[in-house]
Design a protein around this ligand. Structure first.
Ligand SMILES: Nc1nc2c(ncn2[C@@H]2O[C@H](COP(=O)(O)OP(=O)(O)OP(=O)(O)O)[C@@H](O)[C@H]2O)c(=O)[nH]1
Ligand SMILES: [Mg+2]
Length: 469
């Protein structure tokens, strides 16, 4: 199988990581060198190999291990970078609201015609009404070849052996093709990409307006494929690659490099000559198999969990710990800014979205947050950590440093105190016991609770008025 050799040497590298005593720079360098060697000997383009290995090295030495041990972390990086090299992205799906027209392009003998039939078979089994159209006026009996393949798959095939112009063929059958949900267009190949072929395919592309254009590459194609891929990319909107002959002995690296050149993910692979020897391609699964790690999935799951847990824990700690200080509030403010305006935020919260909250109230709040941002920018780290020590003279300094009023600083400090009180209450639910949470059905109950938490009647009224309007 293609890339078996690459898989073998990568597996060797991974076991080296597993068996090492420590993960240090020397090991990272060794691992990176080995990966480079494996990729190069599989015919992957030198520049791409260097780019890929640089990414692995950079991440390995600089990144936080996110709750994994160093070995697990390094293996995860290798896996992630290899997968993204093969092109991640959303899974290919057919459009639902219109006719899908898939145009297959590629050089001579790469497997376009066979793939047209395989794709047709694949989607016919998934309830599409499929037609195959041959626009190959170059290869003798190309139409016949497609007819035969179509017959095996019981798919309608349109072809005109007399016609020499692909565009004319398309126009001739256009009306008849309308009844199909999926039309797969096979195009002609050449042994090299010349102006004539480019011109021909560009015209066909213009007239057929394909919904997707796939570049078909054989796994045995050499490094020259990249140049051709580049030329196709310049003229056509290639949004997927199909690699055929994955069952062969090709090195595979040429095709993978070409893929990286067109910057389109591999969508399907051909794994044999038969019509059903064809699979959807999933880069992550492919790399797991390539690296031969049964436990890779478990490791990745762990990596994801660790990441989520880290985030959740940070948040929780911020909210629950009595240590909550202005630095945390500042971080929150910044995070909120990233998320967009407050009105947008509110519209995303279920239940609140439909509520008629006063827009002007919101913008007042937004303005306030902005001012608080300036205020905090002028505080020292110590002050943010110990806001209770911000006395009169500090307040004055902060206000003048941030171009705000002393009242803004005081308001921020007051708000912070209230928040802290609320945090404290979450931490000590017993404090809430005498608040009848169960029966909080109306705004008055809510007001009662807020009041108990130290909010001023005046502020509450303002808030409620805004919310009810
Ligand atoms: N083993 C194997 N052979 C394949 C696969 N896909 C295609 N082939 C073979 O590759 C050869 C060329 O395939 P075609 O489909 O005719 O290629 P093409 O791109 O249409 O060629 P032109 O029309 O001449 O440009 C045929 O013998 C196919 O059977 C595959 O996934 N595995
Ligand atoms: Mg063909």
């Amino acid at each position: 199988m293609v890339l078996d050799k690459l898989g073998d040497s990568l597996k060797h590298t991974l076991s080296k990581i597993k068996n090492s005593l420590t993960v240090d720079r020397t090991l990272v360098e060794e691992v990176v060198k080995e990966i480079q060697k494996s990729l190069l000997s599989s015919d992957v383009n030198v520049r791409l190999v260097l780019e890929l290995s640089k990414k692995i090295r950079d991440r390995a030495v600089s990144e936080n291990t996110k709750g994994l041990n160093k070995k697990e972390h390094l293996i995860t990086i290798i896996y992630e970078e290899l997968s993204s090299f093969l092109g991640q992205g959303e899974e290919f799906t057919l459009k639902e609201d219109k006719q899908n027209r898939l145009l297959l392009v590629g050089l001579y003998g790469q497997g376009k015609t066979t793939t047209a039939a395989k794709l047709g078979h694949y989607f016919k089994k998934r309830s599409q009404k499929v037609a195959l159209l041959s626009t190959d006026t170059w290869r003798p009996a190309a139409g016949e070849q497609l007819q035969q393949l179509g017959k095996q798959a019981e798919i309608d095939v349109y072809t005109d052996p007399q016609e020499k112009d692909p565009v004319a063929i398309y126009e001739k059958f256009k009306a008849q093709l309308e009844k199909y949900s999926l039309v797969i267009i096979d195009s002609a190949g050449r042994d090299f990409l010349n102006d004539e072929l480019v011109e021909e395919i560009s015209k066909l592309n213009e007239i057929a307006q394909p919904t997707d254009t796939f570049l078909v590459l054989g796994a045995d194609v050499g490094q020259t494929a990249q140049k051709q891929a580049q030329m196709f990319k310049e003229r056509l909107d290639i949004n997927g690659v199909i690699i055929t002959k994955m069952d062969g002995t090709g090195k595979g690296g040429g095709a993978l490099s070409a893929c990286a050149v067109v910057e389109a993910p591999v969508r399907f692979i051909g794994v044999g000559e038969k019509i059903d020897e064809f699979e959807r391609f999933n880069s992550e699964r492919f790399v797991s198999e390539l690296l031969g790690m049964g436990d890779l999935e478990a490791l990745l799951e762990k990596a994801k969990l660790a990441l989520d847990e880290n985030k959740a824990q940070d948040m929780q700690e911020r909210f629950m710990s009595g240590k909550f200080d202005l630095n945390d509030m500042y971080e929150q403010l910044k995070a909120m800014k990233k998320m967009g305006s407050m009105s947008k935020l509110i519209s995303m919260i279920p239940g609140l979205g439909g509520m008629n909250i006063d827009k002007s109230q919101l913008s007042v709040q937004e303005q306030k947050l902005k001012v608080w941002g300036y205020v905090m920018d002028s505080m020292t780290a110590y002050e943010k950590k110990h806001p209770e020590e911000i006395d009169f003279s500090r307040t004055r300094r902060i206000a003048s440093g941030s171009g705000t009023d002393a009242s803004d600083v005081r308001e921020l400090l007051k708000q912070f105190k209230q928040m802290k009180k609320m945090m404290h209450m979450f931490k000590n639910p017993s404090d809430m016991e005498d608040m009848d949470m169960e029966n909080m059905k109306n705004p008055q109950d809510m007001m009662k609770m807020m009041k108990q938490m130290g909010m001023k009647q005046k502020d509450l009224k303002k808030m409620m008025k805004g919310a009810r309007r």
